[in-house]
Design a protein around this ligand. Structure first.
Ligand code: SF4
Length: 403
């Protein structure tokens, strides 16, 4: 069976390396300018170069978002930046502006250009135009496409397609929205979206408040989780599957990437997924999620099940992030890490290791740096040791199963 790409987000070098270790075939990142989500873009050119070298070791790739909608004053330094991206080994740039596509083609011919979802590609004619007339290599399909649309576009197009499978949804047309601009003077199309659609609002008639509970008037969307649709998307011929979330934590990146890696590998084995398996993988994916999810517009789901209307969008986190393994000592069969959440003797912890099934153990003892035994550790970032009945690697993720 053919291979497909699992494409993960990363807001910094650490998260980028974690995504790659946990099975991302490619990671998309943003530089410090020319990108949407500018607040999530912490990559200097030196960081991008290091990310490319790290990715190469794992056979993975780095894509860089250059997806702002530029105004006249936004072009300064762009050509030099694009040339540098090509020089340091970036595979592709994700672009939403015809002007930037033109510049990339002229100054960095070996860089792939991927059409950003901002361009709202919802039909094969548009996809083919970008490929045949402008030499674009891939289109990221609009999140407004249904599963049937994705199938038809991918079948009829001469270009690779990429589809979102997980993460935040924009309730307007993939960012074509001025809510944030109007309310906060932060331009959603130049990296500044304040996510005003997700705020809680209060409604007044003259001076009298007429809301009695939390209200989300602008209909912010629940996050996307397409675990149930992924098998059909793969069979539709989509090349790349994208997880949204460059502002998400290292724990989120590790746990969501790891779970989708397992699911994709299982689908690529070829035999159809059973309903039970599908539910199992979806549950695994949602262990890293703290927001209510829906399956986006793939199945045309509508109404309260896809929106954060009158309810709080946050669901309870059912797994606590405890830390990341720093040292494993095979002689003492114990490991050391900086504690990020309260942990105590008797807790059941789960270990996420790249490309392995998750493993559990019960905490038998905890020691601090001076070898004092602790019943529990409440101090964030305290360096502690505990025994473990199996081997680990630095970088493995530790979480507590709460429910
Ligand atoms: S405010 Fe909401 S709807 Fe508008 S661009 Fe931002 S995420 Fe999209």
């Amino acid at each position: 069976m053919r291979t497909v790409e699992l494409l993960a987000p990363a807001g910094d070098l650490n998260r980028c390396k974690t995504a790659i270790r946990f099975g991302a075939d490619a990671v998309y990142i943003g530089g410090q300018s020319f990108s949407l989500r500018s607040r999530a873009s912490n990559f200097t050119l030196a960081d991008i170069e290091e990310a490319c070298l790290f990715a190469k070791e794992y056979g993975s790739h780095i894509h860089v978002t250059v997806n702002m909608i530029p105004h006249e004053e936004d072009f300064e330094g762009l050509e030099t930046y694009i040339k540098e991206l090509e020089r340091v080994g970036v595979t592709a740039v994700i672009v939403a502006s015809a002007a930037i596509m033109n510049i990339v083609r002229k100054v960095a011919p070996s860089l792939e250009i991927h059409c950003s979802t901002q361009l709202s590609v919802t039909n094969a004619q548009t996809a083919n135009f970008y490929h045949e007339e402008l030499g674009i290599n891939r289109v990221v399909l609009a999140r407004e496409c249904t599963l049937e649309n994705v199938r038809e576009i991918t079948k009829a197009s001469t270009i690779d397609t990429e589809a979102f499978i997980h993460g935040g949804m924009c309730v307007n047309y993939s960012g074509r929205c001025t809510l944030s601009n109007r309310m906060t003077l932060r331009d959603a199309n130049r990296g500044g979206c304040a996510q005003s659609c997700r705020w809680e609002y209060r409604l007044f008639e003259k001076k009298k408040e007429i809301t009695t509970s939390k209200t989300y008037f602008t209909m912010g969307s629940r996050d996307l989780c397409a675990a149930q649709e992924l098998e059909q998307l793969i069979h539709a011929g989509v090349t790349s599957f994208k997880i949204e979330g460059r502002m998400k934590t290292e724990y989120y990146v590790a746990s969501v990437v790891s779970a989708y890696r397992h699911l994709i590998d299982r689908i690529l084995e070829g035999t159809p997924l059973t309903e039970e398996e599908c539910n199992f993988y979806q549950k695994e994916i949602l262990k890293g999620e703290n927001r209510a999810v829906c399956n986006g517009l793939y199945t045309n789901e509508r109404g309260d099940n896809s929106l954060i209307l009158h309810m709080n969008s946050d669901q309870e986190v059912n797994h606590d992030f405890i830390g990341k393994v720093e040292i494993y000592d095979p002689d003492t069969k114990s490991f050391f890490f900086r504690c990020r959440n309260v942990v105590k003797v008797g807790d059941t912890l789960e270990i996420l290791s790249p490309k392995k099934e998750n493993r559990n153990f019960v905490v038998e003892w905890i020691q601090d740096e001076d070898k004092n035994y602790l019943e529990e550790c409440k101090n964030p970032m305290r360096f502690i040791e505990m025994p473990v009945p199996f081997e680990m690697e630095p970088g493995d993720i530790i979480r507590r199963i709460s429910k």
